[in-house]
Ligand binder design. Structure first.
Ligand code: NDP
Length: 336
């Protein structure tokens, strides 16, 4: 195999507030010869995800920070080019956490083989990947059941759009909020949400009063901030909050004070549970069976926004914070 030059994205300075393109560098590196037990993979799709913003700060959150001047980590789908491990052969499709780069070499245990027969293969980063699993696990954590009225913020994104569709399949009444008219049409017309509103159009608390005059049973929180405060007001007695994410605060230099109406937790005996998808790793096959089944049966849509080329991966990532994506944001590196 001739020497391979791979481009990879390094974090070169820790962002203050919203990340800027100058915080990153796309660097060519030469890969050495493949070692015994290793596999050479060419990435086809890279994932960019809001949680990566936390890893760009100094100090550990629930994952260690990205190292400066090193390739960042992230979900990826790739094709095996060469293998010196018996588990994989050229042409196999694998998922890994070796994203943000074009090629990589890794031991077989860091790769997961997936079927090539699913289209598009980027679905392994979305509905059938980490974000789909987050949606599925969140609904389980929140003990969501038929008849519940559920409100989902960040509803047109990767997690939200799957959470809403799964909640519909479970027999819930589903309300979503998102950031544009196009996203609202997507939620209503393609994902089957019962109602959806643009959170820019007025106070969320007022919209929730209109959409759910009797209140909501469950809030799936992807956003935090105003949406969480509105949900606390709208939740019924014994309501549940699935604390999945808080993207409205990820770029704040200083955390903002929490919701002013937290006392609703007491008066309405609410439950709020924190979700980390990696705690659910043991449920992978259950997730694949259930959600993969819906996908194959055409009952679950995987929507994605595709940005082309590793040189545009940083823009794709930054775009998450201004709502540039509908469904899962992915970066496509090459055709297959
Ligand atoms: P999305 O695909 O939803 O992309 C992010 C979206 O967030 C944007 O498209 C934008 O949509 C919205 N957004 C950005 N800034 C704001 C803001 N200030 N206020 C309100 N909405 C905003 O991302 P994911 O589906 O991958 O992730 C959704 C949430 O789930 C994130 O908070 C993420 O960190 C979290 N998460 C948690 C996991 C866990 O294990 N707990 C695992 C995976 C994700 P819009 O146009 O609607 O504003």
């Amino acid at each position: 195999m001739p020497e391979i030059t791979s481009r990879e994205v390094h974090l070169i300075s820790r962002p203050k507030g919203l990340p800027e393109v100058s915080d990153f560098e796309v660097t060519p590196i030469k890969l050495g010869p493949l070692q015994e037990q290793q596999v050479l993979v060419r990435n086809l799709f890279l994932s960019v995800d809001p949680y990566m913003r936390g890893r760009m700060n100094e100090g550990k959150s629930y994952l260690p920070p990205f190292e400066l001047n090193q390739p960042m980590e992230g979900g990826a789908v790739g094709e095996v080019i060469e293998s010196r491990a018996r588990e994989f052969k050229p042409g196999d499709i694998v998922t890994s956490n070796h994203g943000w780069r074009e090629f990589f070499m890794a031991p077989a245990k860091e790769l997961r083989g997936v079927s090539r027969d699913i289209e598009p293969l980027s679905v392994y980063l979305g509905a059938l990947g980490m974000t789909g699993m987050t949606a599925w696990a969140g609904l389980k954590l929140g003990e969501v059941k038929a008849g519940d009225v559920i409100y989902i913020s960040g509803a047109a994104g990767a997690v939200g759009s799957v959470a809403g569709q799964l909640a519909k399949l479970m027999g819930c009444r589903v309300i979503g909020s998102a950031g544009s008219a196009e996203k609202i049409s997507f939620l209503r017309d393609e994902c089957g949400f019962d109602s959806a509103f643009d959170y820019h159009d007025g106070p969320v608390v007022e919209r929730l009063k209109m959409e759910a005059p009797e209140g909501i049973d469950v809030y799936f929180d992807n956003v935090g901030g105003e949406a969480l405060e509105a949900a606390l007001s709208s939740l019924r007695v014994h309501g549940r909050i699935i604390a999945c994410g808080g993207i409205s605060g990820y770029n704040n230099a200083k955390p903002k004070p929490g919701p002013c109406n937290l006392f609703n937790m007491t008066t309405k005996r609410l439950t709020m549970k924190g979700l980390l998808v990696r705690d659910w790793a043991d449920h992978q096959s259950e997730f694949e069976k259930e959600v993969g089944g819906y996908f194959k049966a055409g009952q679950l849509k995987h929507k994605e926004t595709v940005v082309y080329g590793i040189e545009n991966a940083v823009d794709a990532f930054i775009g998450l914070f201004s709502g540039q994506n509908i469904g899962k944001m992915v970066v496509r590196l090459r055709s297959y």
